[in-house]
Design a protein around this ligand. Structure first.
Ligand code: ZN
Length: 184
C-alpha cells in the first residue's frame, strides 16, 4: 500500500473534528427524524441526562424529503403536530432551536439564477414563517447537504440568519442517536 496524502489528511481532519471541535464547541444536531418515537426517546434521554445541543430543525416545507428519504408514514398534519410538540419540549428544556432547510442537493441543479432565487426564496420564507408562527425565534441556519450558492447566502442574510460552517462544528443527525445514544 502506497502513501495516500488524502487518506492522511482525512485522518488528521477526523482527529481534529472528533477530539478538538467536539470538546470545545456546542454539538450541532441536524434534526430530521424527531417525529419517530425511537429517535425521540433517545433524544429525550440525552436531554434528560443534562446534556445540550443546538438543534437545526426541519419544517414541513421539507415534508416530501422526509417521506422519501426517511420513509415517514405520518400524514403531513400528523407530522406537523408531532414536530411542533417535540420542538417545544426541547425549547422548554433549555435546548436551542435553529433552522435547517433542504433545497436542492447541488446548486448546479438550478438552471438559471432566477430559478435558484425563486425556489429558495419560497422555501426559506415559508420555513421562517412557520417557525415564527409556532413561537420559535431563530438566528442561525444550516442548509441541507451544505448546499449553498450566492442566492442561498443572500437569503440567509435577508432573514438575519447566520449560516453555520460545517468545518467549525461537530455535527450529527438526530437519527444518529439510534447508533450512538451518547454522542458527546
Ligand atoms: Zn439535512
Amino acid at each position: 500500500m502506497g502513501f495516500n496524502i488524502f487518506g492522511e489528511l482525512k485522518v488528521i481532519w477526523d482527529h481534529y473534528r472528533f477530539r478538538v471541535i467536539k470538546r470545545t464547541r456546542p454539538l450541532h444536531v441536524h434534526t430530521e427524524a424527531l417525529y419517530k418515537d425511537t429517535v425521540w426517546k433517545r433524544v429525550q434521554d440525552f436531554v434528560n441526562s443534562g446534556k445540550s445541543a443546538i438543534w437545526y430543525c426541519l419544517t414541513p416545507v421539507n415534508y416530501d424529503y422526509i417521506k422519501v428519504e426517511l420513509g415517514c408514514h405520518l400524514s403531513k398534519e400528523e407530522y406537523e403536530k408531532t414536530i411542533i410538540e417535540r420542538y417545544r419540549w426541547l425549547a422548554a428544556h433549555g435546548q436551542k432551536i435553529q433552522l435547517h432547510v433542504h433545497m436542492r442537493v447541488l446548486p448546479q441543479l438550478y438552471e438559471t439564477q432566477q430559478e435558484s432565487r425563486a425556489f429558495q426564496e419560497e422555501k426559506l420564507s415559508w420555513a421562517v414563517e412557520w417557525m415564527k408562527k409556532h413561537g420559535f425565534l431563530m438566528s442561525e441556519l444550516v442548509y441541507g447537504w451544505w448546499s449553498e450558492d450566492e442566492n442561498s447566502r443572500f437569503l440567509a442574510k435577508k432573514h438575519n440568519l447566520a449560516l453555520q460552517n460545517r468545518f467549525e462544528h461537530y455535527y450529527i443527525h438526530d437519527y444518529d442517536f439510534l447508533l450512538n445514544p451518547n454522542p458527546i
